[in-house]
Design a binder for this molecule. Structure first.
Ligand code: SF4
Ligand code: SF4
Length: 699
C-alpha cells in the first residue's frame, strides 16, 4: 500500500500543460452570422470577431479561452475553462462555460446555475468593479462603477474562482490587445462620480485643491541642469534668472464640479460628447517663455513637453483638439490652453496622485548636438469626494476570509474547546453521563454549524483536487477560496500527530456526526443493532481503501471518472444540499444514514474513501493515547465488545486506523462499575493504580 502511495505521489510531479480546445469552426458556432471569426492571432491564442457590413468589415471584439491565459484550479483541482468575448473597450460581449469539474455543478445543482451565473457578465465591463453578492441573494446592484452580480448559494468558492479566472484572463488579453495599463487592475481603481456636481466660481476652483500649479523661474531650470552638460546653455535665462520660465495649471476638467464650472454649457456638452465612459480630460493652462505645445506640436497628438505617469507607469494623454470656451465665454487659446484625453483603458486611478513631469531639453554642439534633459515634476491630487473607491479586492480569496471571519472565529473557539477536552481525557471520561452530554452537544454543533451552516464538510474531493493540481504543476491557492476547509484541514493535519485520524472522524465530520446522532436516537427507540462477525468486519474494512485508490488513480488519469466515483460520498447530498437532490442520490444518502443505526456507521467503517485516506495519513500519529491495562484482552473483553467500531483486537490492542475517538473504551477504563478488572479489584478491596497500564496497541 505504501509503495502504491509513493508511486502516486511520484506521478504528481509529472507536469502537463493545459490549452484551449476550440478551433475556428467550433468558435463560429458561438458567433453566428453576421459575425465572422477571423484568423487566430499569430502571437496570442485570441481570435478577432468581425462583423460584415455592406462594404466593410468591423472589429466587434476578441474571443479567447480562459484556460490559455489562467489555469486557476477549480474546487476539484481542475481549471475551469471559459469562452470569453471582449469588445475593444473591455466590455464582455459573451461568457460561456466550456468545461468544468466543480462538484456542486456536476451532480448537485447541475450546470444550469453555473451557466446563469456566467451569463451575468454579458454587458458588464472590465473597467467596472465586479463583485459577487454572497450566496444567491438577489442583490445585484449596478451603479456604473460598482457592480454586484448574484452568487450561487453553497458554491461560493467555485463562483469566486470562476470570477477570478474570467477577470484575470480578460485582463491578460486586454493588456495585450486593448491597450489596458500594465500595472493596475481596471476593476480595482477609483473612478469618477459622474453624478456629483458642486457649484464653484473659477476663482474658488483655483483657490481650492482642485487645480495643480507649478511656477518655474529661469533660475529653477538652470538649477535642474546644474552639474550636467546642459548647465549654462540658456543665455536668455541667465540674463534674467528670476524671469518666468513656465507657469502651469492643470486640472481634471472631466470632473463635473470642475468642468461644468470652468467651461460654458455648450463646451461642457462638447467635451462630454468626446469622452467615452471612464475617460478623463485634463485642462492644462500655461504662461511664460516655455510652451507645452511648441510650433512643431501636431494637434491631436501627445505632447513631448508634458508627461503624465502614475506609480512609475507612463500614462498617455492626447490632445483632444477641441474648440472650447471658458465659463465667461472666452475662447480657449490653443497656444496656452489645451485639453488632453486619458482613455479609460489606461487605468488612471483617481485615488492616487496624478504625477506630471515638465520635460525641458537643451542641446549642446552644432552638427550632432548632445541632448540633455531635465524633468520638473508636479502632481495633482483629486479630492476624494469626486470618486468612488472600489469596495475591496472582491475577486480574490482575501474578501472571502474577511466575509467569513465570524464563522471562522466560532470554529476556532470550538476547535480550541475540543483540544482542551481531548487533552483532559481523564476529566472528560470520568463521568459517563457528563461525557455523553458533551459528546452529543459537540456532534450537534459539528452537524449543524460546521456542516449545514458553514459548509465545512471535508471530502475526498479535497484529496483528488490536491492530486490533480500537483500533477498539473498548478498552485494550491484555490484552497484559499474555502476558508472553512483550509482551517479544518490545518487543525486536522496537526491532530494527525497526536490522535491520528480519530479527531476528525470522531468529532468534526458532519456526516459522521449525523450518523452517530441518528444511531443514538435509534438506540433510544430500541432499534436492534447488528454487529458483524470479526472476520466479516475485517474484510469489509478493506473496501474503503480500494475505493480510495480507485479515486486517487482516476483523479490522476481520468478526472471525469473521479467526478463520478466521488459520488460514493453522500456528503454533497446530505450536507451541502440538505437532501434536496434527485431521488437516487437522496435514497442512497438516506439509506446510509438510517442503515448506520443498524450496522453502526456502516459507511464510515467500510465505504468512506476519505476516512481511508485519513487513516493512512493518521499513521503520522506519535502517541498511543488510549489507556490499556494488562488485563485488556486477556482475560477482559469488555471494551472490545463495547467498541461499536470493532477497533479493538481480541488481544486487547487498539487498531488506531479504525478508532474514531468515541472514548467509550476510555469511559469504561475509568469506571468502577464497567471495567471488569476494577470491579474485581473493588470487590477484593484493592485500589488499582490508574497508571498500571500495559501498552497493547497495534501500530
Ligand atoms: S469515515 Fe468518512 S464519513 Fe465517517 S467520519 Fe470519517 S470522513 Fe466522515
Ligand atoms: S471504543 Fe475506544 S477503540 Fe473503539 S472507537 Fe471508541 S475510542 Fe476507539
Amino acid at each position: 500500500m505504501r509503495r502504491l502511495l509513493a508511486s502516486l505521489l511520484l506521478l504528481c510531479t509529472v507536469v502537463s500543460a493545459h490549452a484551449g480546445v476550440l478551433n475556428s469552426a467550433q468558435l463560429a458556432q458561438y458567433f453566428p452570422s453576421p459575425l465572422i471569426v477571423g484568423d487566430k492571432d499569430p502571437e496570442l491564442p485570441v481570435w478577432p470577431i468581425l462583423k460584415q457590413e455592406m462594404t466593410s468589415t468591423e472589429l466587434v471584439g476578441y474571443a479567447f479561452e480562459s484556460i490559455d491565459f489562467v489555469q486557476l484550479p477549480g474546487f476539484s483541482g481542475v481549471p475551469i475553462n471559459l469562452l470569453v468575448a471582449l469588445d475593444p473597450k473591455g466590455g464582455f460581449l459573451d461568457v460561456r462555460v466550456i468545461s468544468h469539474h466543480e462538484p456542486v455543478f456536476l451532480e448537485g445543482y447541475g450546470p444550469q446555475p453555473l451557466f446563469s451565473f456566467v451569463s451575468q457578465y454579458k454587458g458588464l465591463s472590465l473597467t467596472q468593479n465586479i463583485g459577487i453578492a454572497a450566496g444567491a441573494r438577489k442583490s445585484a446592484k449596478l451603479d456604473g462603477n460598482n457592480v454586484r452580480i448574484d452568487g450561487v448559494a453553497k458554491a461560493t468558492a467555485s463562483v469566486r474562482i470562476i470570477n477570478q479566472t474570467l477577470l484575470a484572463s480578460s485582463l491578460a488579453v486586454a493588456r495585450k490587445k486593448l491597450g489596458f495599463a500594465g500595472s493596475h487592475d481596471p476593476d480595482q481603481i477609483a473612478r469618477l462620480k459622474p453624478e456629483l456636481f458642486e457649484r464653484y466660481t473659477p476663482a474658488q476652483l483655483f483657490g481650492r485643491d482642485m487645480v495643480a500649479h507649478l511656477s518655474l523661474a529661469n533660475r529653477d531650470i538652470e538649477k535642474a541642469f546644474k552639474g550636467t552638460n546642459g548647465e549654462g546653455l540658456d543665455p536668455d535665462g541667465s540674463v534674467n534668472p528670476d524671469g518666468l520660465f513656465l507657469d502651469i495649471y492643470t486640472t481634471l476638467v472631466s470632473v463635473p464640479s470642475i468642468g461644468r464650472n470652468l467651461l460654458d454649457g455648450p463646451s461642457w456638452e462638447k467635451l462630454s460628447g468626446r469622452l467615452d465612459k471612464g475617460d478623463h480630460a485634463l485642462l492644462v493652462m500655461w504662461g511664460g517663455r516655455y510652451s507645452i505645445t511648441p510650433e512643431e506640436f501636431v494637434a491631436g497628438t501627445a505632447p513631448d513637453r508634458l508627461a503624465l505617469q502614475q506609480g512609475g507607469l507612463p500614462i498617455e494623454m492626447r490632445d483632444l483638439d477641441l474648440d472650447l470656451r471658458l465659463a465667461d465665454g472666452t475662447p480657449i487659446a490653443p497656444e496656452n490652453i489645451k485639453v488632453f484625453r486619458v482613455i479609460a483603458q489606461s487605468g488612471l486611478d483617481l485615488s492616487k496622485p496624478l504625477e506630471f513631469v515638465v520635460n525641458v531639453k537643451r542641446e549642446k554642439g552644432m552638427v550632432y548636438p548632445e541632448i540633455i534633459r531635465a524633468a520638473l515634476p508636479y502632481k495633482l491630487d483629486v479630492p476624494d469626494r469626486f470618486y468612488d473607491v472600489p469596495a475591496g479586492d472582491d475577486k480574490s480569496y482575501t474578501s472571502i476570509w474577511r466575509d467569513r471571519l465570524p464563522e471562522l472565529a466560532v470554529l476556532a473557539a470550538a476547535l480550541l474547546l475540543l483540544t482542551l477536552l481531548l487533552a483532559r481525557q481523564r476529566w472528560l471520561t470520568a463521568s459517563a453521563r457528563r461525557f455523553t452530554l458533551i459528546r452529543i452537544a459537540f456532534l450537534s454543533f459539528t452537524l449543524g454549524f460546521i456542516g449545514w451552516y458553514a459548509q465545512g464538510q471535508l471530502s475526498i474531493v479535497n484529496m483528488t483536487g490536491l492530486l490533480q493540481a500537483l500533477k498539473e504543476g498548478r498552485g494550491l491557492g484555490f484552497f484559499l477560496y474555502d476558508p472553512m476547509t483550509v482551517s479544518l484541514w490545518a487543525f486536522v493535519a496537526l491532530t494527525f500527530f497526536v490522535w491520528g485520524r480519530a479527531t476528525f472522524c470522531g468529532w468534526l465530520c458532519p456526516f459522521g456526526a449525523l450518523q452517530e446522532l441518528v444511531a443514538r436516537i435509534a438506540r433510544l427507540l430500541r432499534v436492534p443493532r447488528v454487529r458483524l462477525r470479526t472476520a466479516t468486519d475485517r474484510h469489509l474494512k478493506r473496501i474503503k481503501y480500494v475505493l480510495l485508490f480507485a479515486l486517487l488513480a482516476s483523479a490522476l488519469f481520468a478526472p471525469q471518472l473521479a467526478d463520478r466515483l466521488a459520488e460514493i460520498e453522500p456528503f454533497k447530498t446530505a450536507i451541502t444540499l440538505y437532501f434536496v437532490r434527485s431521488w437516487p442520490f437522496v435514497l442512497y444518502a438516506a439509506a446510509l444514514v438510517l442503515g448506520s443505526a443498524v450496522v453502526y456507521k456502516f459507511f464510515c467503517r467500510y465505504l468512506c474513501p476519505f476516512g481511508a485516506g485519513l487513516a493512512l495519513l493518521g499513521r503520522l500519529r506519535l502517541l498511543k493515547w488510549l489507556p490499556r491495562r494488562a488485563e485488556c484482552g486477556q482475560p477482559c473483553q469488555s471494551c472490545r465488545h463495547r467498541c461499536d467500531y470493532q477497533a479493538i483486537r481480541p488481544d486487547g490492542a487498539i487498531v488506531y486506523d479504525e478508532c474514531f475517538q468515541c472514548m467509550d473504551c476510555v469511559v469504561i477504563y475509568h469506571s468502577d462499575t464497567q471495567c471488569a478488572p476494577r470491579i474485581l479489584q473493588a470487590k477484593r478491596g484493592v485500589t488499582i493504580p490508574l497508571r498500571a497500564i500495559a501498552a497493547k496497541e497495534s501500530a
